[in-house]
Design a protein around this ligand. Sequence first.
Ligand code: ADP
Ligand code: MN
Ligand code: MN
Ligand code: MN
Length: 334
Amino acid sequence: MAKLEYIWLDGYKPTQSLRSKTKIEGDFSGKLEDCPNWSFDGSSTEQAPGGSSDCILKPVFIVPDPQRRDAYLVMCEVLSADGKPHESNGRATIADDDNDFWFGFEQEYFLWDPETNKPLGFPAGGYPGPQGPYYCSVGAKNAFGRDIVEEHLDACLDAGLNVEGINAEVAAGQWEFQIFAKGAKEAGDQIWVARYLLERIGEKYGVSINWHCKPLGALDWNGSGMHANFSNEVLRTTGDEGVYKKILEAFRPVVAEHIAVYGADNDQRLTGKHETASIHDYSYGVSDRGASIRIPLYTVQKGWKGYLEDRRPNSAADPYKVAARIIKTVKSVL
Ligand code: ADP
Ligand code: MN
Ligand code: MN
Ligand code: MN
């Protein structure tokens, strides 16, 4: 007997949320190809009208469930009843079948107290001291929610997700994890499964996860991003600054198309302050954390062989759609 947790993204706009349900299989190999398609009621997830509500879950990625007995987490794409990718299915729009593209996402988020409606570490009636001491902090005065963060890290590693690191972030109650994968679809799958695990672990502690990019509004607190570090064979091996410039310039005329999939309310976050570029501008620069796209020093030191960091995607963005758009733009000049 095995419990298969089928996980998918609903059809809510502008931000999709995770949904899941459990399928019991009597005899299960543990392999993706032995996970059958399954259906769900799309009228309850804004994915179908009530009259003909069936949508299809197509399993695309499986890992052992690190916290539940005899169980697996099965990430799924959503198909319409006719078997075609549903319009909410960003994964199906990724043109990277040869896994040429590698992505490293830096997922930031806030641990959120549902009773105070503030981040962990914020007193009910006010605010903690200003930003400064919280980033990479240790100690009960400045670091809030470490039990959850550590449990999440272990769960991700036990599931076999390629987490590369975690850190406490600039605002109180704000944290980050980084996930890297060779292949854009897999990077998206891993981010979504990691988000799922964080949500579920939060339930145990009565803490919710706030993915909004600027949950404290216009106050002097950092927002949350999901920097997208990316490369393909060309970026990893060219050795030619001109090729980098050509790719970077390809992003300039499609700012609006990128911002459209870089997460809701990004105008609140991309203000030009708090290590961001203005949403209205497009810029790039070596080591420049105020640019839209940063050229990491690593890339230059290796003689223009490396990767780029698009700093604009926010914490609530769909990594599938972010990756799909970046790939489209890079491929437009190669
Ligand atoms: P910072 O906070 O300085 O922006 P991080 O260390 O948090 O940087 O994240 C850097 C990310 O870049 C990591 O997720 C890493 O996996 C990713 N990365 C490194 N090399 C490559 C590459 N060649 N292609 C894509 N991503 C890469
Ligand atoms: Mn980082
Ligand atoms: Mn960060
Ligand atoms: Mn970064």
